[in-house]
Structures are given as C-alpha cells and as structure tokens.
Design a protein around this ligand. Structure first.
Ligand code: ZN
Ligand code: ZN
Length: 693
C-alpha cells in the first residue's frame, strides 16, 4: 500500500505559484513547521516543479522555524540560485546564531560573482559585531563603500554600531556623520555604543543632538542615556530623563526600569532606586535587584544589600553570579564572616560554586575574614583556577604574613600555565614585604616586565618602598624613591613614614611626612606618625606645634575602633568606649587579664603614645585600646575553643600587639586581628607575623 501524504490543498491551488509563495511566507512568520513540512512533501509527491523563487521561500521558512538543517539541504540542492537565495541563506545562518557560517556564505556568494545586497551587508556586519571580528568588518565597510551602501541607513548604522561596540569611536562617528538620513536606529546605535564604551559625556551629547533634531525617542535610547547618566553620576540629568520616561509612558518597560534602578543606585540615591519598580512589583527582576545590591554595597550599607537579597528570594527570583559576587566581595571588605559563610551556603544551594567569579571571591572572602584554611579549601575545590582565583589565594597568604607560601603558590600558578597579571605582582610584593623577603621581592619587581610582560605601576613601586622600609633599609628605600619615574603616591609615602617611625629615623621621617601632608592634607595619618617620631625623641615642643597645626588645619585624628561579630550582631568599640550594656563585666575582664598577663611577663610599652604625660596614665590609656576591649568582650561572650576574630580600622599599636600575644597564652585562645593592612594570628603567646609588621 502506498503511503498517502495528507492533502492540505486542492490540486487547483497548487497551480497558483503566487498563492503558494504567500502561504509559505505566512507559515514562516507563524512558525508553523509541521504544516510547512506537510506542504513541502505534498509538493514533492505531486511532482511540482520547485522554481528558484519557491525554493527561496522554503529556505527562508525552514530558517525562520529554526530547522536550519533542512534549510541548508534545500539550499544545497538548488540548481539555480539568485541573489535572493544567497541573502536568505546568509540571514538564516545569522538568525540561528551561526555567525561564522553567515560570513562564510557571504564570501562564497562573492566567489560565485554575485553582488551583495544592502541586506546581506547589514547581516554580515552585524555578525562581525557579535563575533568581534572588526578586521573583516572593516573590509565589509570598504566593500560597501564600493557598492555605494555605506551611507545607506541600515548598512551605515550597523557599521557605526560595530565600530562603537568594538571601542573604535572615531570610526563610528565618521560613519555616523556620513549617513544620509539619521533616524532613530542609527542614533540608538551611537548612544548605546558610547555608553557601553564608557564614553558617557559623548553619549549624553549625542542624546541632546538627537532631541534637537526632533528625532523620536524610544525606550532603547532612554536606557542607554540613563546608563551614561549613571556612569557620570549625573543625578539631575538622570532625574530629568526619569520624568521624560514617565511622560512617554515607558516606566513599565523592564529595560527602562532596570536602567533607572541602575542609574539611581550609581548616584547613591537608594530611595529612588528602590522605588522604581515598587516593593511588590512583578517587574522586579534579577538585573534591577543586583543594581540595588551594588548601590548599597558601594555605600557600605551591607544590611540593606542583604535585605534586597532576602527579598528577591521571597519573590522567587534566582540570584545570579553578579548578585553573589557583589555581596561576597562586600563581606570580604568588611570581614563579615557570618554573612559571608551564609552566602557560601546559598551559592552551594543554587549550584553556583563552579562559577569562576564566585569561587574566586569566596577564596578572597575567607582569606580576608582570617580563615586561611577555608580559603585554601575553597581554592582546592576549583577545577581549573583562573588568574583571579590564584590572585585571591596568593593575597590570602600575603595578608597572613606567609610570604614563602605566597611565592610557592606563584610558582604553582606559573607551572599550571596561568599568566600572572598586575594584581598578582601586587599580592606577591605585599607577601614578600610582610615576611621580610627583600631579595625575593626585588627580584619579582625587576623581572615582572622583563619576563612576564607586566608593566610596573604606581602601586608596585609603593610596594617596593614598603618592602625596603619594613626591613629597615631606609637608605635603599630613599634611593629607590629618587630613581622612580614618578613621585610616590600617598601609600608609598605613608609606608616610608611608618618605616622611619619604627626605625627611629627622624630626618627621613620629616621629609616623608611633609610629602604626605601635601598629597593628603586632610589625612591625619602623617601628623600622627610624625608626632610619634617626635615623642620618641621626647621633643614635646614639636609635638605641640604639630597638634596646633592639626587644629588650625582642621585635621581630625581618625578615631581607632574595633569590632567583633558575636552571633549575628556586630559589636563596635572605640578606645575608652564605655557605652556597651555589658561594660561592667568587660571592665572586670580587662583588669583580670592585665593581672594575668603581667604575671606571665608582659610589660607595657608606653613609647607609642605621643603625649607628655606620666607612664601610669599612658599605661591606662593603652589598656583601654579598642582591640583589647573587643577581645575582652569576646572572651566573656563566646564559647570556649572558638577563635576570636577582631577587626580594627587602624594599625594595631606595638603595645597591644604584645599584650594580645600574652592574652592568647593566658586564655588559651586563638585571636585573629585584622588591622588596616594585614592579619595577626595570635596563638599561645606568639604571632604569625613574627613581630615583623
Ligand atoms: Zn593599642
Ligand atoms: Zn602580629
């Protein structure tokens, strides 16, 4: 029995080619693949002659329905192809994201001697944009000039778009200026290109010109211009655009809403940012929520950032890699271990732990929270660590004073074929600096450009100053500064000044302090360090003069404070800070501790207080430094055996460093202190920094 194809058309209808063509087009538009296939087989079984035009329609139909295999087969079988056949096939490849195939077919068409149409040009230029093959795109530009299409609207705006997306703004402008008619498409391409390349002012200028020319504004233009306002932190311009958005009725467009949220978050107007979609709006999505989180993180408002995270989960919105990495980075910077490890659990829940960005920020977070072992564990779980992950690991070792481990892992990184970048060398140099590895550090510095092709920047030079200074090589550090191709930055001078203080070099210290005061007049660090130097020399007149200078210049000494997380709460203490509800118990604990450590051999080092007062008062002041209060509080509030992690905004003073070593011994606790430059792990009477800091 012969298989009968179900007949969907009467025989008469099949005789009308115009009707057939029209019908296939309708099927293509509505993606009715099954019906289209039935019709195709009916045509074949009826022995209907498939002319070029009808074949073109079938190729187009299969491409539009996503059945590219059929389309290619059909195209290959065609005995006669015309310009439309080629254009349809190129468009088909491009619509199905087979961009290289689209470009190849374009070249093949030319080898058959066909002259490309403007549609073929537009399609291929768009493919070049997505593929990032700007060289081929440039050839297409030349060719389209030859055929007279470069100034034609679609080809021209696709060319402008390609150049601007590939960062070639000058070329983009040139094409744009030469366009015969600029309508919205070209303007959108230009403004979008500028905004994406960080040329925000140009984007806003282009927008203004577009408004002046009376071109219709659509949602794409608004989104791109809002991006530019956010980038420039141009709040009032952004607000004006917001009113226009409302006036034109685009406020419910997701892309515009996202752009508005992002703009307000970037300018720090979090109230307006969270109002864009309204709290319970269905339009809230992961993009706008991540913008909100970024905004809060930028302002250091961690709690609100986490609230948004909780809220988005309540709405059933799945967090993505950007949401996680932004939040975990914030936890790292604030050393918020509790929140950081809760986020780690969420990462595992959403199976995002294989993501390169997320795993690297987790390595960094645990390192910065003082848990080196966890940092290493996360790193070891990464299948193929990228340079970001290696940098995070090397930095974790560096911050914990394990310079040898940092260099060891740098070698591992190289052996695994991962190329170090500028950040790698900063981590590495810091590691050497904190461990006193002067020779190794200098070797890295002098080889980074020669062997690894990484140009040393300001930060690298500052690290070398720090490296030499910490090791007491002040003369070498000074010579290095004099030979530098530029003046050291504030960090460089600050390191040098700190080194001069700890090694008692008054003259060099004065020079560094003056430089630092010029660079950052409002920074109290220079004044404080210099007054320390004078105090050590008992030059009280100079100390007083410096204090007057600070008063007159309205320079305020940054108050030192420490904080410790107990449970889910962060407790912050200043020096002599007694507003805590448990102050009585803390006081008692501090006194008991002082007796205990004195019995164990501690003597106070009053040298670090730049004041002309008696030693007894100095000792009392040191005794109430914020990190000690925080440790005393943690000792009475935390279960035995748990390490105590204290964070401090300034450097730990010499006396507290010594006291904490004794406290770790008498209380049998590991105490981890993160000050503004590194970690100190105090266990059983000694510190991981081996007193080198
Ligand atoms: Zn102290
Ligand atoms: Zn230490």
């Amino acid at each position: 029995m012969k298989f009968q194809t179900p007949c969907i058309f009467g025989k008469e209808m099949l005789k009308d080619p115009a009707f057939l063509a029209n019908f296939i087009q309708t099927l293509a538009q509505n993606k009715h693949l099954i019906k289209a296939k039935q019709l195709h087989s009916q045509l074949i079984s009826a022995g209907y002659p498939l002319c070029t035009s009808l074949s073109n329609h079938l190729v187009n139909m299969y491409s539009k329905c996503g059945e590219l295999g059929y389309a290619v087969k059909m195209f290959d079988k065609m005995t006669q192809r015309n310009l439309v056949s080629w254009t349809v096939m190129i468009t088909g490849f491009s619509q199905n994201y087979m961009l290289s195939e689209a470009v190849k077919t374009f070249c093949l068409m030319r080898s058959y001697g066909e002259s490309p149409t403007e549609f073929a040009f537009s399609t291929v230029i768009r493919a070049c944009t997505s593929l990032g093959s700007v060289d081929f795109g440039r050839q297409m530009h030349g060719l389209s000039l030859k055929y007279g299409f470069a100034c034609e609207l679609f080809v021209g705006s696709n060319l402008a778009n390609m150049y601007s997306k590939c960062g070639m703004i000058v070329e983009a402008c040139k094409v744009f200026e030469e366009l015969e008619f600029k309508d919205e498409v070209a303007w959108t391409a230009m403004i979008d290109g500028y905004a994406k390349n960080g040329e925000f002012e140009e984007a806003i200028m282009a927008y203004k010109r577009m408004v002046n020319d009376g071109v219709v504004i659509d949602q794409h233009v608004l989104s791109s211009t809002l991006d530019a306002c956010g980038g420039l932190k141009a709040q009032s311009a952004g607000k004006c655009l917001h009113s226009l958005v409302v006036k034109l009725g685009f406020e419910l467009e997701i892309s515009v809403g996202n752009a508005l949220t992002d703009m307000y978050s970037k300018v720090g107007d979090m109230g307006s940012a969270s109002n864009v979609f309204g709290i319970d709006s269905k339009c809230r999505n992961i993009v706008s929520c991540t913008s909100l989180i970024d905004g809060y993180v930028e302002l250091g408002r961690m709690k609100e950032a986490l609230d948004v995270f909780v809220e988005l989960q309540r709405h059933g919105i799945q967090p993505n890699e950007f949401t996680f990495s932004s939040l975990i980075k914030a936890c790292a910077n604030q050393a918020a271990l509790e929140q950081g490890s809760q986020l780690h659990a969420q990462v595992l829940k959403f199976s995002c732990h294989r993501n390169h960005f997320i795993s690297s920020v987790l390595v960094d977070m645990y390192g910065k929270c003082g848990l080196l072992d966890d940092s290493i564990r996360v790193f070891d779980g990464i299948e193929e660590p990228t340079e970001f992950a290696w940098n995070a690991l090397i930095n974790a070792f560096a911050q914990h004073g394990l310079g040898e481990k940092a260099t060891e892992n740098f070698d591992r990184m190289k052996n695994r074929g991962v190329k170090p970048n500028a950040i790698t060398f900063i981590c590495l140099l810091r590691g050497c600096s904190h461990a006193g590895l002067v020779k190794e550090g200098l070797n890295y510095f002098y080889s980074m450009e020669k062997i690894y092709g990484v140009m040393p920047r300001e930060e690298h030079y500052s690290c070398v100053i720090d490296l030499l200074g910490r090791a007491g090589k002040l003369k070498e550090a000074e010579e290095f500064i004099n030979k530098m191709p530029f003046e050291p930055n504030a960090f460089g001078w600050c390191s040098f000044l700190g080194a001069c203080r700890s090694h008692g070099d008054k003259d060099r210290g004065k020079l560094a302090a003056e430089k630092l005061m010029q660079l950052e007049p409002e920074n109290s660090g220079a004044h404080v360090l210099l007054s320390n130097i004078y105090a050590k020399e008992q030059q009280w007149e100079d100390v007083r003069a410096l204090r007057k200078m600070m008063r007159d210049g309205n320079v305020k000494k940054l108050p030192g404070y420490s904080w410790v997380d107990i449970g889910n709460k962060t407790h912050i203490f200043g020096a002599e800070d007694w507003c805590h509800p448990q102050k009585k118990e803390i006081y008692q604990k501090l006194d008991i501790l002082l007796d205990q450590i004195k019995n164990a051999g501690y003597t106070s080092n009053t040298e670090s207080i730049p004041l002309d007062i008696d030693d007894y008062t100095k000792e009392k002041m040191l005794h109430h430094h914020s990190e000690r209060i925080a440790v005393a509080f943690a000792l009475i509030s935390m279960p035995i055996g748990k390490p105590i992690i204290v964070k401090k905004n300034l450097r730990v003073c010499i006396d507290c460093h010594s006291a904490l070593k004794y406290i770790s011994k008498v209380s049998q606790r590991t105490i981890i202190v993160r000050d503004n430059s590194r970690f100190h792990h105090f266990t059983d009477g000694s510190c991981s920094c081996r007193d080198f800091w």
